[in-house]
Design a protein around this ligand. Structure first.
Ligand code: XIL
Length: 327
């Protein structure tokens, strides 16, 4: 099954993937690239790292767009759209940001300059930007971060205000998103995400969509009904929803048993089906890479793995076919 073609034909949505390119083995892996760049499989790609702060502004006000431009060139050559990721996050920051005691006005200026430069440089080549990434803690409060701890909760609204100004400067139609995990089913954190959207709207600040990361564990994903309900909640506010980083990891080996892969396939099916079920407001499903050997899981969660839809030798797993069924 051609997953993106099915997604477009049957759901008017995209099926996409993250890719960690350039500067990695993937960049020259012909088997990998053949699948990635086939628009029938993927209609969207998200840079797993190359647009993050530490890569794009390694020294203060010294910008490096090489990686991001390479990524966009690759996507455009093959007809894939790009969700640009991300502008303001607490992780993968440059040392010059984290190693100083900033005043609130100083750090606000840093944030503004970063947002203006990235949005300005990449412009309309980005379908959307994840403006703030992972701002919320499990209890629905703002997480501790250099941004929050220095500027306070206003950092969040300022980030979107600066992004909106920067988008207006480009003259392009660039969507602005909030992206987080743990907001894929009803609960306190999901309610907090609704409230962030509402607060932006009441301040007349641009917010176009919410990204539901959907990093799940095999056998532990929310039900289809729960995923549908959460998505409908965002859509009712008038914003789009994207499943932005879907993967379903085994928390311990073995990763390749028939029973385990069957459960994983059902888990992938449920997330994709929830997007299909809510109708036009769910506009895409993106997996966080598609082959186990390039998944972020083993390095970020030691001992865990098997999270994607192709095994290490590019064999399709049951999850691949289950997605085809869901679409
Ligand atoms: C991950 C990348 O895939 C890794 O290569 C990197 O080492 C850490 O970040 N949530 C996000 C993504 O929004 O940016 C993260 O990407 C995965 C979790």
């Amino acid at each position: 099954p051609f997953l993106n073609k099915l997604a477009q034909d049957n759901g008017k949505l995209w099926f996409g993937t993250a890719a960690d390119i350039p500067g990695t083995a993937e960049q020259t892996d012909t088997q990998y690239l053949k699948i990635l760049t086939n628009n029938k499989y993927f209609g969207e790609m998200t840079p797993a790292n190359m647009m993050k702060f530490m890569y794009t502004e390694p020294e203060q006000n010294v910008f490096n767009f090489t990686g991001g431009d390479y990524f966009l060139d690759l996507a455009e050559k093959n007809g894939l759209r790009v969700r640009c990721h991300n502008l303001v996050w607490n992780s993968q920051l440059s040392d010059w940001v984290t190693s100083r005691n900033w005043t609130a006005p100083e750090l606000t200026a840093v944030m503004k300059n970063h947002i203006y430069n990235l949005v300005g440089h990449f412009g309309g080549r980005c379908y959307s930007w994840d403006v703030v990434n992972e701002a919320l803690a499990g209890d629905g409060s703002f997480s501790s971060s250099i941004w929050y701890d220095t500027i306070g909760s206003e950092y969040f609204f300022l980030a979107y205000q600066f992004a909106q100004e920067a988008v207006e400067q480009t003259g392009a139609d660039i969507k602005l998103y909030y992206n987080d995990y743990g907001i894929e089913s009803p609960g306190v954190k999901t309610t907090a995400a609704y409230n962030l959207v509402k607060e932006l709207q009441s301040r007349k600040i641009k917010i176009d969509g919410v990204g539901l990361e959907s990093h799940f564990e095999v056998g532990g994903t929310p039900s289809v009904a729960a995923q549908v309900a959460a998505k409908q909640g965002y859509i009712a506010l008038g914003v789009d929803v994207v499943v932005t980083e879907l993967d379903v990891r085994f928390v311990q080996a073995p990763f390749y048993t028939a029973a385990g892969e069957a459960t994983q396939a059902q888990n992938y099916y449920d997330s994709v089906a929830s997007c299909m079920k809510v109708g036009p407001g769910c506009i895409g499903v993106t997996v966080w890479d598609f082959v186990d050997k390039y998944s972020w899981v083993p390095s970020s969660f030691p001992g865990q793995g098997g999270a994607t839809i192709y095994n290490d030798t590019f064999q399709r797993k049951p999850a691949f076919y289950a997605i085809g069924e869901a679409l």
